[in-house]
Each structure stands twice: as C-alpha cells, then as structure tokens.
Design a protein around this ligand. Structure first.
Ligand code: DGL
Length: 293
C-alpha cells in the first residue's frame, strides 16, 4: 500500500466512536479504516485527566504501529483532555472532535447562545468553550474577509456565549438501548432544562453517544440546531486529506462493504448489539488487543 491507500485510524474509549466511524464511512466511503475501541477500560468520561492521557497514548501507539495515514480521536473526552499527547506522539495528521464542531456551532448560531453537552471530563475541561471563545476572539473586520480560516466565519459581531452541561447518564442509557424510553426522556428534560432557559439556539452533541439521542433532543428542543461532532470531523478530514494529497484514489463503482478492521481491548457480551446500533450494519468479531491495564 502507498500512503494514500493506508488506513485512517480511529480510536475511542469503547464502542461510542462507531458513531464517528459511521460519519467517516458516509463522507469518505473509499477509505480503509482501522477502529480501536478501548472497551476494557471504558468509560473515560469520569476518569482523571492523567489516566485518560495514558490510555490515549497507548491507543495512539497502537494505531501508528498499523501505519495509519491519519488519526481520528473519535472520542470527545480524549479530544478534550489528551489531544496534545496524541499529536505529540504522531508523525501523521490528527483530527479531534472539538475544533470542527466548535466552528460548526459558531456558523450555526443566530442568537449567539451555544449549548454544549458532554461527559463530566469533557465539560470540566471547558475544551469546547475555550475553543469557541478563542475562535470568535480572533475575529476582526479585516480577517472576516479571509475565506479559509476559522476567522472567516461571519459572526456579524455577534456576542457568543457558551452554556455547558454534563450529561453523564446519557452514555449508560444509550448503551442499555433505552434511546426511546420514558426514563431517558425524563432525564433528558432534566439535563436540558437549564440550556432551554438560557434560550440557546445551537447545541453541540459533545459525546460519541449523543447523536443516537438526537431525535429525542430535537423533540425536547425543537428550534435548536444540533451539531454532531463526528459529522463535522469527517468533513474536516475530507479537506485535510485533500490538502495533503492523501485521499485514497482507489474506488469501486459498486457499493461495497466498508473496509474496516476492528480492534477492541475486550468483547463485552452486548458488543455486537451495541455496535450495530451505532453503525447500522453488523460487524465481524473484532481482534483483541492487550494493553495491560
Ligand atoms: N466516547 C466518550 C466521549 O465521547 C463517551 C464514553 C466514555 O465516557 O468513555 O466522550
């Protein structure tokens, strides 16, 4: 394989990153993929920053050993607290979840009130708020003319305010398949109420599991634009691979089964069921990787 045909490597704390992989397959169907889910140590969202950094470092080394051409940090928690470790270890480009979704949220908002929901670690890191504020602070009337940089976002001098809310119960509810359950609706109402009362018009789904709750969230917040971090990172990857001349030129005219090699650190009993819920297609039994603990 030459560089262009090398796989794109994605990693996540577990199965949730498959929602990101799904977006990549949708936008970049001709690419080869390697997906690593650290299912033995999930969740990362309530662990310390030091621990998440250590785990992220091991996942990065694993993907690099597979000769990936791009690393996608398909986990909002890792993207929030450990992207620096991933980038410093990598000799290939790295895409995380935060910057693409932050830019999309600034583009989407009309009233300047952006909500962000995520795991405790993501929200406590303030990664989204910091990124959104730093992008909008860079805005000046001169840079507004430039078309390709984040500063080009036409915010029309809107004042942006970010409202954060950790929603830790969403991950287990989704993994239990309770996406359409009344209990989930009640918990979502409780979590989203403070954001509703701030009159946000844009909400960043800052966790891999939350796109599966998009319909419910839209019902509870009908006029709010939802930003799927996986979708925007996939769009960012098209641009990045194009700029670096790394898009895979080989493609089949017939619709093919996506080319993905799956690796996990454990196979929980519900693995296949949950994987199908995230990906919309069945996957074969993944290979087990052992990182110690
Ligand atoms: N993948 C994680 C995220 O996007 C959610 C699951 C976890 O807490 O590890 O933040």
């Amino acid at each position: 394989m030459n560089d262009k045909e090398n796989p794109i490597g994605l990693f996540d704390s577990g199965i949730g990153g498959l929602s990101v992989l799904r977006q990549f397959i949708k936008f970049l169907p001709n690419e080869n993929y390697i997906y690593l889910g650290d299912t033995a140590r999930v969740p990362y969202g309530n662990k310390s920053v030091a621990t998440v950094k250590r785990y992220a470092s091991e996942c990065t080394e694993f993907l690099l050993s597979k000769n990936v051409k791009l690393i996608v940090v398909a986990c909002n928690t890792v993207s929030s607290v450990a992207i620096d470790i991933v980038s410093s270890k990598s000799n290939v480009p790295v895409i995380g979840m935060i910057i693409p979704a932050a830019i999309a949220s600034i583009r989407a908002t009309r009233n300047g009130k952006i909500g962000v929901i995520g795991t405790r670690a993501t929200i406590e890191s303030n990664a989204y708020s910091k990124t959104i504020y730093s992008i909008t602070k860079n805005y000046t009337s001169e840079t507004n003319e430039s078309q390709n940089s984040p500063e080009a976002i036409n915010i029309n001098n809107k004042l942006i305010t970010v409202f954060n809310k950790a929603c830790p119960l969403f991950v287990p509810l989704v993994e239990e398949g309770l996406v359409n359950h009344n209990a989930t609706r009640l918990i979502a109402q409780e979590y989203l109420e403070p954001l509703k009362s701030e009159n946000i018009d844009t909400l960043v789904l800052g966790c891999t599991h939350y796109p599966l709750l998009a319909q419910l969230i839209s019902e509870l917040m009908p006029n709010v634009t939802l930003i799927d971090s996986g979708e925007h990172s996939a769009v960012a990857a098209i641009r990045l691979l194009g700029e670096k001349n790394l898009l895979n030129p080989k493609f089949d005219t017939v619709i093919k089964i996506p080319s993905v090699q799956f690796y996990v650190t454990d196979i929980p009993s519900t693995f296949h069921e949950i994987a199908k819920m995230f990906l919309n297609f069945e996957i074969s039994t993944p290979e087990i990787v052992n990182f110690g603990n």
